[in-house]
Design a protein around this ligand. Structure first.
Ligand code: ADP
Length: 370
């Protein structure tokens, strides 16, 4: 690809160069791009000169002979996603990192909505290289299937939740009755049933939120509440479910937040149960709350497995689980952290982790106070 940026032409032949040549001289990347029906693009990160291939233009709804600048392409991205895409792109340009985004666009001429997957990076690590190039692919069908799957998950979880909620209420009634009878055997057995029902309800709530998050519908029912009181309740609940850990809450002042109490509770349940799940049964877990002028920051520290740097970057993606000898026996769906991040981002907060492999992890999130 020796074209000068700014010519704004890029033929399909450029994309799949040498397709008809004998195999040993064939440009394998070109063939792959051609077979995947992907578009390619290059941008000069300094001048913002943009060179899209024909297929890239087509995916953004432009005709092959029409000019399409980087700005034109960005303005076809659905408004709700545009800010996040710009942020990811600028950060990749600035930090010389890789770009991976999925976003819906509305075609310039055909007004068709398509989901695109855009990936890219610098070809040279050296800072003098200002050409950032990548590929773009149509993932509309895959997205529609994902949406159908998450609607199905949402429906099934909703149906499962109703009888479980009734079961929980009957367990409570029976427990009151057993206490009156001073029947310690029944009280003990009911406590075990209650524990399992709560675990199942937590899982179903995660699946329900997953279905909401995937269809872009996490609705927040904001209300004012005391965050430290909620943390206290979640600690009690976690102790009930995973009794052996020592959970320490470092005393903090009363902090009133305006947020969705149930969803923040779910974030805390996920982070605390992960801290317990991925650390030794007897090791301590510490929760802190810190109030700054504009935010409140909650941190949950464990002395467990810890996480390597390569995994940290992917931890908040849906269905991502660390694959190692240590984690293979620990069960999970890999959706907890993804949901935590979706919930916190919907509150315009931040979530991140600091970790050292073999020593432990500290998961932190912040919420704006106003
Ligand atoms: P799940 O626990 O169901 O697999 P999560 O989304 O909650 O899914 O977590 C994703 C992955 O992150 C986990 O599979 C685990 O490997 C890693 N992880 C999460 N929390 C911790 C922690 N406190 N310590 C070490 N690893 C963790």
């Amino acid at each position: 690809m020796t074209k000068k940026l700014g010519e704004n032409t890029f033929t399909d032949e450029d994309q799949a160069s040498n397709v008809n040549e004998p195999f040993h001289t064939v440009d394998i990347a070109g063939i792959a791009i051609h077979s995947a029906n992907a578009g390619i693009w290059i941008v000069d990160t300094e001048t913002k000169d943009f060179l899209p291939s024909k297929r890239t233009k087509e995916l953004f709804g432009y005709l092959p002979e029409e000019e399409m600048s980087l700005e034109d392409a960005i303005s076809q991205i659905a408004e709700k996603h545009r800010g996040a895409v710009l942020k990811a792109m600028n950060s990749a340009f600035k930090k010389r990192g890789n770009l991976y985004i999925e976003c819906p666009v509305v075609g310039y001429n055909d007004h068709q909505q398509r989901w695109l997957n855009v990936t890219g990076g610098f070809s040279e690590s050296d800072a003098s290289d200002t050409y950032f190039s990548g590929i773009v692919m149509d993932i509309t069908v895959q997205k529609q299937n994902d949406l159908r799957r998450s609607k199905f998950i949402g429906m099934v979880s909703h149906e499962l939740k109703t009888p479980l909620t009734a079961l929980k209420a009957y367990v409570q009634m029976l427990n009151n009755w057993a206490k009156k009878q001073k029947d310690s055997f029944t009280i003990g057995a009911l406590s075990k049933v209650d524990k399992q029902v709560k675990k199942m309800l937590n899982m179903i709530n995660s699946l329900l939120n997953l279905s909401g998050a995937e269809s872009g519908k996490i609705h927040l029912n904001k209300q004012e509440f005391m965050l430290n009181v909620l943390i206290g309740e979640v600690i009690e609940e976690t102790l009930f479910l995973t009794s052996s850990h020592k959970i320490i809450m470092v005393p903090c002042e009363m902090i009133k937040v305006n947020a969705d109490r149930e969803k923040i509770e779910q974030v805390l349940v996920n982070l605390l149960s992960n801290a317990a799940k991925y650390s030794d049964n007897t090791s301590p877990i510490e929760i802190r709350c810190l109030r700054t002028e504009e935010n409140v920051e909650v941190s949950i520290r464990d002395e467990g497995l810890g996480i390597i740097k390569e995994d940290i970057e992917k931890l908040f993606l849906p269905n991502y689980r660390v694959e190692s000898k240590e984690t293979e026996k620990i069960t999970g769906f890999g959706i907890g952290l993804y949901l935590c991040s979706e919930i916190i981002l919907r509150h315009e907060g931040k979530i991140w982790v600091e970790s050292e492999f073999g020593k432990g992890s500290t998961f932190k999130f912040s919420l704006p106070l106003n």
